[in-house]
Write a protein that binds this ligand. Structure first.
Ligand code: ME8
Length: 522
């Protein structure tokens, strides 16, 4: 493999509002970020991966009030569902952060004090529009009109007129540095999201209200105890809290600035304008990259409680399997664009590619080796047709998949992988080892072992996407856990070592059973 980057890699998801249970969009973000974290680990990088819940603010306070309980009670219950979702979906986070935690309050107060020391905070009166659903301030000029003349945010959410004493952050001071950052290639991806942010900053930035006095569910402003911080100030700081900020920790030295913030397209402004400005003010380096993924739609429609089409991601995982769901989301949706899902689409994709192609290939190959060769492997000399297949598979697994995953083009990488699977299936059909069994057992031996080698490459390459199933396959192939990273693909001695170890292929257990479409629920 070509030289690759071995520097530490810090990746984060957005932290979700636990004002309700997690939905498919949350699952999508957690899974995609997990694929990135797993991929980078397998590329040999030291990875730190953080996710969690964003528990303060008016949205949480109001939802709790509606339900007649405290914000803390609501947060405690709902945050638990988010963590459970991550655990069930095999999301390999290093820390699941909750913004109610003490170290997070301390970190938020520390960044606040640094912004204050930089002379960037002043007390004034805020008069303007606020969307509780977006937890965002909007300029009059950004609003649109909804039914009955109601004013709506650019996200289509209601806004309310707000007047209160507030601390302000001198956002305007950072205009030029922000423009320079936004124009830095690779800082904000996909590139299609850049122009919008550049236009937003170019039109002139107003100072930002960064504290509230009309409610108290938040992090207290140091020295100004009747104020709580604007929820986005504390929320964004979570990325530092997890590394031990403000202490001079090893984690800060190693992992800050973050390599990659994964977020949805609706919160790009917070991550590429406000967040870098806070960091510049606090004299901390800005993140290397922010990627704004698209939205997931249910049969092309936004999910909402009123449409009654809200899907519980864990129900999907239970029906179809965690890895089938993960595979579907990464394969079907071009990362960065919006995508649509439905139970039929998941079943169709999983059956065609995982059950009938990859799973079937593994099942056929391993059962023939177990049955016709007593499970025994030996050194073999491939013919040109065998070598051609091995080269195709190796190219896809060791070159194309890593190159595309590195660029976050998961659907393209998986496409290269499934094409290699198809090439293997075509090879089995052409070589017909079941016929060779009678006519030329020595040749059958070579064909099946060629497929065994191909399966090992395919199993290694797809691990970030389907971690449980690929581990199961690699176990059945006798591949040691220490030899499953992308670098192992370049090791030419692995097969001989496996042969020497006396490993015997057992009768296989299917990895991807065929899925049935669920009964239509009325
Ligand atoms: O925005 N498809 O929290 P959140 C894909 N607390 N992604 C979606 C989605 C959908 N249908 N709906 C939401 C917040 N998301 C803040 C973040 S970060 C310091 C604070 C994404 O619970 C959304 O874009 O509303 C965001 O990245 C994440 O889910 C959490 O959304």
């Amino acid at each position: 493999m070509a030289d690759h980057n071995t520097s530490p890699f810090y990746v984060t998801t957005a932290i979700s509002y636990p004002n309700g249970r997690p939905h498919i969009g949350h699952a999508y973000e957690a899974i995609s970020t997990d694929v990135i974290a797993r991929f980078q680990r397998l590329m040999g990088r030291k990875v730190r991966f953080q996710t969690g819940t964003d528990e303060h603010g008016l949205k949480m306070a109001r939802k709790a009030e509606e339900q007649g309980r405290t914000a803390r009670e609501l947060a405690d219950e709902m945050s638990g569902y988010f963590r459970e979702m991550c655990d069930e979906l095999n999301v390999s986070y290093d820390r699941f952060i909750r913004t109610v935690e003490d170290d997070h309050h301390a970190a938020s107060q520390a960044i606040w004090q640094r912004m204050e020391a930089a002379g960037d905070l002043y007390l004034d009166r805020y008069e303007g529009w606020y969307s509780v659903r977006d937890e965002a301030y909007y300029d009059e000029s950004e609003l649109t009109e909804g039914e009955g003349g109601a004013k709506l945010s650019p996200q289509g959410t209601p806004v309310e007129w707000t007047v209160e004493e507030s601390w302000f952050f001198k956002l305007s001071k950072y205009q030029d540095r922000l423009l320079e950052l936004l124009r830095t290639p690779g800082f904000l991806e996909p590139a299609s999201r850049r122009n919008e942010m550049i236009a937003f900053v170019e039109q002139g930035l107003r100072d930002l209200s960064v504290s509230r006095t009309s409610f108290d569910w938040g992090v207290k402003v140091p020295g100004s105890e009747d104020h709580v911080m604007y929820v986005w100030v504390d929320a964004l700081t979570n990325y530092l809290t997890g590394l031990g900020f403000p202490d001079d920790t090893e984690e800060m030295a190693e992992f800050w600035p973050a390599s990659l913030h994964i977020i949805g397209k609706d919160i790009v402004r917070f991550h590429t304008v406000y967040w870098p400005a806070f960091l510049m003010s606090a004299d901390l380096p800005t993140p290397q990259k922010v990627f704004g993924h698209g939205f997931l739609l249910n049969r092309g429609q936004k999910e909402s409680k009123s449409l009654g089409n809200v899907t519980d991601p864990l129900e999907l995982a239970e029906k179809f399997g965690v890895d089938a769901l993960r595979y579907f989301l990464l394969r079907e949706v071009a990362f960065g664009q919006d995508g649509s899902y439905s139970p039929e689409a998941i079943v169709t994709r999983a059956n065609a590619e995982l059950a009938n192609s990859f799973g079937n290939l593994a099942q056929r190959t391993l059962s023939m080796i177990a049955k016709n060769m007593d499970g025994k492997l030996s050194a073999f000399d491939p013919l040109p047709a065998d070598q051609a297949l091995l080269d195709t598979v190796r190219q896809a697994c060791a070159v194309e998949v890593p190159a595309e995953f590195e660029k976050l083009s998961f659907s393209v990488g998986i496409e290269a992988w499934i094409k290699a699977v198809y090439a293997c299936n075509q090879y089995v059909d052409e070589q017909a080892p079941w016929t060779l069994k009678k006519t030329d057992p020595a040749r059958m031996n070579v064909v099946l072992q060629t497929l065994f080698v191909a399966l090992r490459d395919l199993g290694i390459a797809i691990q970030p996407v389907v971690p449980e199933k690929s581990a199961n396959l690699l176990d059945q192939l006798g591949i040691p856990e220490t030899a499953r990273d992308y670098a192992a693909l370049a090791d030419s001695a692995w097969y001989q070592r496996l042969v020497n170890s006396g490993f015997v292929v057992a009768k296989p257990t299917p990895i991807f059973p065929r899925l049935e479409l669920p009964e239509q629920e009325e």
